[in-house]
Design a protein around this ligand. Structure first.
Ligand code: BES
Ligand code: MN
Ligand code: ZN
Length: 497
């Protein structure tokens, strides 16, 4: 979608929908765009405010028709809530909600007013970026497998209206790359597993590489066997779909390269330790971590970020075929460590064991892995917050800061050494489950064995990869978390931000 920058007053804008913002406890008629437009609208906004129909509270969207009094068709006033709590995140979410509301009425274009009150205290570039992300994320739909009964309604164009054209243009450009990358990851994760097989996943990564200038490399099962990736190949054995180990490189700066590793299980049936039928379909999204790291390096290439980043995605199905691994089996990962398989449904850590050992072999540092790894993490933190576990607290803080900037919530869980006890095995170097309690942490402890001394952060997104309903910039289905955190982190490392 085309998003343009323009300077000028919202009061004279000719778009179908002009979006302006209001905060709570603001006398809406007295300040900013609301005040500017109130006179043209013959005091309609003051009247709505007086009657409590326009309060500026969060999630409120008030639509008022101009009826010829001003050049636009209608104004949408998006509430931002308490001014003291105003943040880019609130603006991103409010814009997304207003854009969806505008689309629900009819086809038409949008103008979004970002200068003046109540946004006057914020950097216009950052606000332009947030509203660009809000529009593109909020209007995302996954409808490629739907036969429409009538053509869907569309937003036909967007203008960000402010005071400084250069700042607006920069903000729009960055915001569009971050949002498009998030939507790219959403597309991959929303795709059913009969469409997005490991082969198709690799094909989409290759296409992205051709479009963005990333280097693309693929390890077939035979290559993985030569490298001794017994844990990854063990998981692949139960499926007829060939496993694909995907590598994408962005070369924009000096060595060493950052390593982003993403879990790429295109369908997780549980394997021989099969999952219950109820909601098993959600496991088509068990490659969301892989989608996120691929999307993030794609965005870094598009932005020309002055840094080296390698993304690694071990892609496979986890199926209970005749060749499948069984509870009690012992696998050997490429770093020589042996693993007792207690439960074949703890497959994510098996494939990540080899992927992290491989990343270590490439001397990537630091390593960030992203995975829909444990139901336990979703139990601990719910569906709002991604879990973070690390062997380097400073690096963990850096990722949390990047998450804050990106509008993605992340919280750390502890990695005390006492948790190691839970994954000790009497027949192998480590076992692949640590029991019911502290399941997110014992999974991370397992991964740590394959990371060794490299600074590393593990992000468990089992709770945050999917949304049940539309809310702000999040839409029902795959969320695209934590694409923007990864991009922000790499940009921070590259000295931009
Ligand atoms: N992919 C699942 C984790 C998951 C659960 C992601 C719910 C998203 C929503 C993972 O492979 C898994 O099955 N984990 C097991 C581990 C257990 C067997 C130790 C789990 O969490 O139950
Ligand atoms: Mn599983
Ligand atoms: Zn899984």
């Amino acid at each position: 979608m085309q998003i343009e920058a323009a300077t000028g007053s919202p009061a004279s804008n000719t778009a179908d929908n002009v979006i302006i913002f209001a905060v709570r406890s603001d006398a809406p008629s007295a300040r900013g765009a609301v005040g500017e437009l109130d006179a043209a609208f013959d005091g309609a906004f003051s009247a709505l405010a007086a009657d409590g129909e326009l309060t500026g509270k969060r999630d409120e969207i008030v639509a008022v028709h101009a009826l010829g009094k001003a050049p636009m068709k209608r104004v949408l006033i998006a509430g931002l809530g308490e001014p003291a709590a105003l943040s880019l995140d609130t603006i991103r979410n409010a814009t997304a909600g207003a854009a969806r509301r505008a689309r629900s009425f009819a086809d038409g274009n949008l103008a979004i007013a970002v200068s003046g009150d109540p946004l006057a205290g914020l950097d216009e570039e950052a606000v332009a970026e947030a509203v660009t992300e809000g529009v593109l994320l909020g209007l995302y739909r996954f409808d490629r497998h739907l036969t429409p009964s009538q053509p869907p309604r569309n937003v036909t164009g967007v203008t960000v209206l402010g005071a400084h054209a250069a700042k607006l243009k920069r903000g729009i450009a960055t915001g569009a790359v971050l949002a498009d990358a998030t939507n790219f990851a959403r597309d991959l994760a929303n795709e059913p597993s009969n469409v997005l097989t490991p082969t198709e996943f690799a094909g989409r990564a290759q296409t992205l590489a051709e479009e963005t200038g990333l280097e693309y490399e693929l390890l077939e099962e035979a290559d993985a066997a030569k490298l001794g990736m017994g844990a990854y190949l063990g998981v692949a054995k139960g499926s007829h779909e060939p496993a694909k180990f995907i590598i994408l490189r962005h070369r924009g700066g000096a060595a060493p390269a950052l390593g982003f590793v993403g879990k790429g299980v295109t369908f997780d049936s549980g394997g021989i330790s099969i999952k219950p039928a109820n909601n098993m379909g959600a496991m088509k999204q068990d490659m969301s971590g892989g989608a996120a790291v691929i999307a993030a390096v794609g965005a870094l290439a598009r932005l020309g970020a002055p840094i080296n980043v390698t993304a690694i995605v071990p892609a496979t199905e986890n199926m209970p075929g005749g060749g499948a691994i069984k509870p009690g089996d012992v696998l050997t990962a490429m770093n020589g460590k042996t693993i007792e398989v207690i439960n074949t449904d703890a497959e994510g850590r098996l494939i990540l064991a080899d992927a992290l050992a491989y990343a270590n072999r490439l001397e990537l540092s630091p390593l960030i892995d992203v995975a829909t790894l444990t139901g336990a993490c979703a139990v601990a933190l719910g569906t709002i917050t991604t879990g973070l576990m690390t062997n380097d607290d400073e690096l963990g803080d850096e990722i949390r800061t990047a998450g804050k900037r990106a509008g993605e919530k992340i919280w750390a869980l502890p990695m005390f050494e006492e948790y190691d006890e839970a994954i000790k095995s009497s027949v192998a170097d480590v076992k692949n489950t640590g029991g019911r309690y502290g399941g997110a942490i014992t999974a991370a402890k397992f991964l740590a064995k394959f990371v060794e001394d490299t600074p590393w952060v593990h992000l468990d997104m089992a709770g945050t990869d999917d949304a049940e309903k539309d809310s702000g910039a999040t839409v029902k289905g795959a969320t695209g978390v934590p694409v923007r955190t990864l991009i922000r982190f790499a940009l921070g490392r590259a000295g931009a931000s």
